[in-house]
Ligand binder design. Structure first.
Ligand code: DX5
Ligand code: ZN
Length: 225
Protein backbone atom coordinates (compact mmCIF):
# COMPACT_ATOMS: atom_id res chain seq x y z
CA UNK A 1 0.00 0.00 0.00
CA UNK A 2 1.22 3.49 -0.84
CA UNK A 3 2.12 5.44 2.25
CA UNK A 4 0.69 8.89 2.87
CA UNK A 5 1.51 11.68 5.28
CA UNK A 6 -0.53 13.90 7.57
CA UNK A 7 0.34 17.53 8.31
CA UNK A 8 -1.86 19.14 10.97
CA UNK A 9 -2.21 22.89 10.41
CA UNK A 10 -1.70 24.86 13.61
CA UNK A 11 -3.79 27.71 12.20
CA UNK A 12 -6.78 25.95 13.75
CA UNK A 13 -5.11 25.47 17.15
CA UNK A 14 -5.65 27.61 20.24
CA UNK A 15 -2.68 29.99 20.26
CA UNK A 16 -3.03 30.68 23.97
CA UNK A 17 -2.02 27.04 24.41
CA UNK A 18 0.21 26.58 21.40
CA UNK A 19 2.71 24.46 23.36
CA UNK A 20 -0.04 21.96 24.07
CA UNK A 21 -0.89 21.79 20.37
CA UNK A 22 2.74 21.17 19.45
CA UNK A 23 3.12 18.54 22.19
CA UNK A 24 0.01 16.85 20.87
CA UNK A 25 1.41 16.76 17.33
CA UNK A 26 4.80 15.59 18.64
CA UNK A 27 3.26 12.59 20.33
CA UNK A 28 0.79 11.84 17.53
CA UNK A 29 1.19 9.94 14.27
CA UNK A 30 1.50 13.22 12.34
CA UNK A 31 4.39 13.51 9.91
CA UNK A 32 4.79 17.30 9.68
CA UNK A 33 3.58 20.50 11.31
CA UNK A 34 1.94 22.75 8.72
CA UNK A 35 2.58 26.44 9.41
CA UNK A 36 0.51 29.05 7.55
CA UNK A 37 2.26 32.39 7.08
CA UNK A 38 -0.06 35.15 5.77
CA UNK A 39 0.79 38.76 5.02
CA UNK A 40 -2.57 40.51 4.64
CA UNK A 41 -1.62 41.37 1.02
CA UNK A 42 -1.44 38.11 -0.93
CA UNK A 43 -4.32 36.84 1.21
CA UNK A 44 -6.88 38.84 3.20
CA UNK A 45 -5.60 37.67 6.58
CA UNK A 46 -2.53 38.06 8.78
CA UNK A 47 -0.88 35.39 10.87
CA UNK A 48 2.74 35.27 11.93
CA UNK A 49 6.32 35.51 10.73
CA UNK A 50 9.82 34.18 11.34
CA UNK A 51 9.83 34.88 15.08
CA UNK A 52 6.94 32.51 15.69
CA UNK A 53 8.47 29.87 13.40
CA UNK A 54 11.67 30.16 15.45
CA UNK A 55 9.69 29.59 18.65
CA UNK A 56 7.83 26.63 17.18
CA UNK A 57 11.10 25.07 16.06
CA UNK A 58 12.31 24.95 19.67
CA UNK A 59 9.50 22.63 20.69
CA UNK A 60 8.61 20.84 17.45
CA UNK A 61 9.80 17.27 16.98
CA UNK A 62 8.37 16.99 13.46
CA UNK A 63 9.52 18.89 10.38
CA UNK A 64 8.00 22.34 9.88
CA UNK A 65 6.13 22.59 6.59
CA UNK A 66 5.96 26.34 6.09
CA UNK A 67 3.36 27.61 3.63
CA UNK A 68 4.13 31.20 2.64
CA UNK A 69 1.00 33.07 1.55
CA UNK A 70 2.90 36.29 1.02
CA UNK A 71 3.95 38.56 -1.82
CA UNK A 72 7.65 38.72 -2.73
CA UNK A 73 8.48 35.56 -0.77
CA UNK A 74 12.05 35.68 -2.13
CA UNK A 75 12.75 38.43 0.42
CA UNK A 76 12.14 36.07 3.33
CA UNK A 77 13.08 32.58 2.14
CA UNK A 78 16.46 32.57 3.82
CA UNK A 79 15.10 34.02 7.06
CA UNK A 80 12.40 31.36 7.28
CA UNK A 81 14.94 28.62 6.66
CA UNK A 82 17.16 30.06 9.40
CA UNK A 83 14.15 30.26 11.71
CA UNK A 84 13.67 26.53 11.29
CA UNK A 85 11.49 25.87 8.25
CA UNK A 86 12.29 22.41 6.85
CA UNK A 87 10.04 22.75 3.80
CA UNK A 88 9.24 26.14 2.29
CA UNK A 89 6.39 26.53 -0.19
CA UNK A 90 5.75 29.73 -2.12
CA UNK A 91 2.73 30.56 -4.22
CA UNK A 92 2.93 30.32 -8.00
CA UNK A 93 0.69 33.40 -8.17
CA UNK A 94 3.13 35.45 -6.07
CA UNK A 95 6.27 34.66 -8.10
CA UNK A 96 6.93 36.15 -11.53
CA UNK A 97 10.39 34.54 -11.34
CA UNK A 98 9.33 31.22 -9.91
CA UNK A 99 12.34 29.24 -11.10
CA UNK A 100 14.67 31.66 -9.33
CA UNK A 101 12.73 31.49 -6.06
CA UNK A 102 12.72 27.69 -6.14
CA UNK A 103 16.52 27.71 -6.55
CA UNK A 104 16.79 30.14 -3.62
CA UNK A 105 14.80 27.77 -1.40
CA UNK A 106 16.96 24.81 -2.38
CA UNK A 107 20.10 26.83 -1.90
CA UNK A 108 18.96 27.82 1.61
CA UNK A 109 18.91 24.14 2.55
CA UNK A 110 15.14 23.77 2.86
CA UNK A 111 13.00 21.50 0.71
CA UNK A 112 11.18 23.41 -2.02
CA UNK A 113 7.46 23.55 -2.66
CA UNK A 114 5.07 25.55 -4.81
CA UNK A 115 1.42 26.12 -3.92
CA UNK A 116 -1.27 26.81 -6.49
CA UNK A 117 -4.64 28.46 -5.91
CA UNK A 118 -7.84 26.62 -6.87
CA UNK A 119 -8.07 28.42 -10.24
CA UNK A 120 -4.44 27.85 -11.25
CA UNK A 121 -3.83 25.06 -13.75
CA UNK A 122 -1.33 22.39 -12.67
CA UNK A 123 0.15 22.29 -16.17
CA UNK A 124 1.78 25.65 -15.45
CA UNK A 125 4.22 23.76 -13.23
CA UNK A 126 5.43 21.45 -15.98
CA UNK A 127 8.75 23.22 -16.45
CA UNK A 128 9.68 23.42 -12.77
CA UNK A 129 8.37 20.07 -11.57
CA UNK A 130 11.78 18.37 -11.62
CA UNK A 131 13.03 20.92 -9.05
CA UNK A 132 10.14 20.54 -6.63
CA UNK A 133 10.00 18.41 -3.50
CA UNK A 134 6.29 19.12 -3.21
CA UNK A 135 3.35 20.87 -4.82
CA UNK A 136 0.53 22.17 -2.65
CA UNK A 137 -2.81 22.05 -4.40
CA UNK A 138 -5.04 24.52 -2.58
CA UNK A 139 -8.49 23.07 -2.16
CA UNK A 140 -9.86 26.30 -0.68
CA UNK A 141 -9.03 29.90 -1.47
CA UNK A 142 -6.06 30.59 0.80
CA UNK A 143 -6.48 32.91 3.75
CA UNK A 144 -8.61 31.12 6.29
CA UNK A 145 -9.07 27.79 7.98
CA UNK A 146 -12.41 26.08 8.25
CA UNK A 147 -13.56 26.55 4.64
CA UNK A 148 -15.38 24.07 2.46
CA UNK A 149 -13.35 21.75 0.23
CA UNK A 150 -13.57 22.60 -3.50
CA UNK A 151 -14.15 19.26 -5.24
CA UNK A 152 -12.94 20.52 -8.62
CA UNK A 153 -9.42 20.24 -7.20
CA UNK A 154 -9.50 16.41 -7.16
CA UNK A 155 -9.01 16.13 -10.97
CA UNK A 156 -6.09 18.53 -10.54
CA UNK A 157 -4.44 16.06 -8.17
CA UNK A 158 -4.97 13.32 -10.75
CA UNK A 159 -3.48 15.43 -13.55
CA UNK A 160 -0.48 16.43 -11.46
CA UNK A 161 0.15 12.81 -10.51
CA UNK A 162 0.25 11.93 -14.22
CA UNK A 163 2.74 14.73 -14.87
CA UNK A 164 4.94 13.47 -12.01
CA UNK A 165 4.81 9.93 -13.40
CA UNK A 166 5.66 11.10 -16.92
CA UNK A 167 8.61 13.15 -15.73
CA UNK A 168 9.54 10.50 -13.18
CA UNK A 169 10.20 13.02 -10.40
CA UNK A 170 9.87 12.32 -6.68
CA UNK A 171 7.62 15.36 -6.09
CA UNK A 172 4.98 14.85 -3.43
CA UNK A 173 1.44 16.18 -3.79
CA UNK A 174 0.04 17.99 -0.78
CA UNK A 175 -3.59 19.04 -0.56
CA UNK A 176 -4.54 21.92 1.68
CA UNK A 177 -7.95 23.18 2.81
CA UNK A 178 -11.17 21.56 3.96
CA UNK A 179 -9.61 18.11 4.28
CA UNK A 180 -11.14 15.61 6.69
CA UNK A 181 -12.28 12.02 7.01
CA UNK A 182 -15.23 12.67 4.68
CA UNK A 183 -13.04 13.37 1.64
CA UNK A 184 -9.53 12.13 2.44
CA UNK A 185 -9.89 8.75 0.78
CA UNK A 186 -11.01 10.26 -2.54
CA UNK A 187 -8.11 12.72 -2.38
CA UNK A 188 -5.58 9.96 -1.71
CA UNK A 189 -7.03 7.80 -4.45
CA UNK A 190 -6.51 10.67 -6.88
CA UNK A 191 -2.80 10.57 -6.03
CA UNK A 192 -2.18 12.95 -3.12
CA UNK A 193 0.66 12.12 -0.71
CA UNK A 194 0.21 14.67 2.09
CA UNK A 195 -3.04 15.71 3.75
CA UNK A 196 -3.04 19.09 5.50
CA UNK A 197 -5.76 19.18 8.13
CA UNK A 198 -6.54 22.15 10.37
CA UNK A 199 -10.13 22.24 11.59
CA UNK A 200 -10.77 18.53 11.17
CA UNK A 201 -7.96 17.91 13.68
CA UNK A 202 -8.01 20.81 16.14
CA UNK A 203 -11.75 21.43 16.23
CA UNK A 204 -12.42 17.77 16.91
CA UNK A 205 -12.93 16.39 20.43
CA UNK A 206 -9.84 14.22 20.17
CA UNK A 207 -7.22 15.75 17.85
CA UNK A 208 -4.78 12.91 18.34
CA UNK A 209 -7.40 10.38 17.29
CA UNK A 210 -8.36 12.55 14.30
CA UNK A 211 -4.71 12.42 13.16
CA UNK A 212 -4.59 8.63 13.61
CA UNK A 213 -7.80 8.23 11.63
CA UNK A 214 -6.41 10.29 8.76
CA UNK A 215 -3.24 8.21 8.85
CA UNK A 216 -5.19 4.95 8.87
CA UNK A 217 -7.12 5.67 5.67
CA UNK A 218 -6.35 3.11 3.02
CA UNK A 219 -4.96 0.58 5.44
CA UNK A 220 -7.94 -1.76 5.14
CA UNK A 221 -7.91 -4.54 2.51
CA UNK A 222 -10.39 -3.01 0.12
CA UNK A 223 -8.85 0.40 -0.08
CA UNK A 224 -6.65 1.87 -2.74
CA UNK A 225 -3.09 0.78 -3.27
C1 DX5 B 1 -5.60 28.10 4.23
C2 DX5 B 1 -4.41 27.41 4.84
C3 DX5 B 1 -4.67 26.03 5.30
C4 DX5 B 1 -5.61 25.94 6.47
C5 DX5 B 1 -6.30 24.61 6.45
O1 DX5 B 1 -5.22 29.31 3.72
O2 DX5 B 1 -3.36 27.35 3.89
O3 DX5 B 1 -3.46 25.36 5.62
O4 DX5 B 1 -4.96 26.10 7.71
O5 DX5 B 1 -7.28 24.61 7.40
P1 DX5 B 1 -8.59 23.71 7.27
O6 DX5 B 1 -8.13 22.29 7.33
O7 DX5 B 1 -9.40 24.13 8.46
O8 DX5 B 1 -9.24 24.05 5.97
ZN1 ZN C 1 -1.62 25.99 4.34
Amino acid sequence: MRRHFVAPSILAADFSKINDAIDLINSSEADYIHVDVMDGVFVPNLTFGMLVVEGLKKVAQKPLDVHLMIVQPEKYVEAFQKAGADIISVHYEACPHLHRVIQMIKHSGAKAGVAINPHTNVELLEDVLEDLDQVIIMSVNPGFGGQKFIYRTIPKVRKLKQMINVQNTSTLIEIDGGVGLHNAEAILQAGADILVAGSSVFKSKDPSKAISELKAIGSSKNSFV
